[in-house]
Design a protein around this ligand. Sequence first.
Ligand code: 13P
Length: 339
Amino acid sequence: MEKEDHIQQLINTAKAMVADHKGLVAIDESVATLNKRFEGSGIEQTEENRRAYREVLITTPGIGEYINGAILFDETVYQKTASGTPFLEVMNKAGIIPGIKLDEGTEDLAGFPGEKVTKGLDDLAERLTGYAKLGLKFAKWRAVILIDGLTLPSDACLVSNAHALARYAAACQRAGIVPIVEPEVIMDGDHNIERCAEVTEKALRILFEQLYLLKVELGGLILKPNMILPGAGSAQKVDADRVAALTVQTLRNAVPATVSGVAFLSGGQDALAATKNLNAINLTYKAELPWPVTYSFSRALHQPALELWKGKAENVKAAQESFLELAKANRLARKGEFK
Ligand code: 13P
């Protein structure tokens, strides 16, 4: 019975992460990534500014109406508001489930020039025990899959990354933490949308085979895929209906119905495009989707807030309003009601 209780708890958490037509927010940019975004907006790259920015987001009044959970980066787990309240306490009060990014970025995949495999498996069990004790309920691991029109990704890249994702997911579930599995087929490149569909379907089929081999409970995980899009450098023009049709077809072909939820990354799309695409998916295909389909965006939820904030106290209100507005829009899109 003990094992069944353990699994039921994972399923309950996974379902709570995608409940009530809400979604997730990723505020788990690594130090290097957030510093790069700060640099782009003329914000000084300090730990204090990273803390202050995360405080702006998690203390946004009313954000719990639109966000079920937030993915954190390690340094954020231990940080406090300027007035001394631990972030985890603020989140729990706002009804935001705390999660943690567990991957440690990528390294070159030996023998496959240009391709990457995600790091972080070595001390995973110990890190999971520590985070579970602190009250973190879910985790994230991102695989980076580079694509071109013909040869990339290699099967070796797809299998290596899927295997790492499955080992991570199994370790999470063992620790009572729900894994978000994120095989991201990157938007960079000049490939067309059909190629993105073909590669994403293959990546997902290989991923679910590995999850099966590693005995991962599909009800106790959330899939975080890319939407199906033409490469950022492609001249191909597609509308939200085409994105929705190919995204739904791809997911339905490759994702078992027992998965508790699908929460997209935004991948570098602008905020409005990501919202419109999510809306088209839920508006047109609601009846055909066996899982809740929602958002787990970073940039499409709060890049505009970062640009408004600029590291200055007097801009906090404007930044929070922007974050709240985008969260609201995406909650509508999650219901197919965004106009
Ligand atoms: P974006 O929505 O900016 O793609 O970020 C999502 C994420 O968590 C990347 O790992």
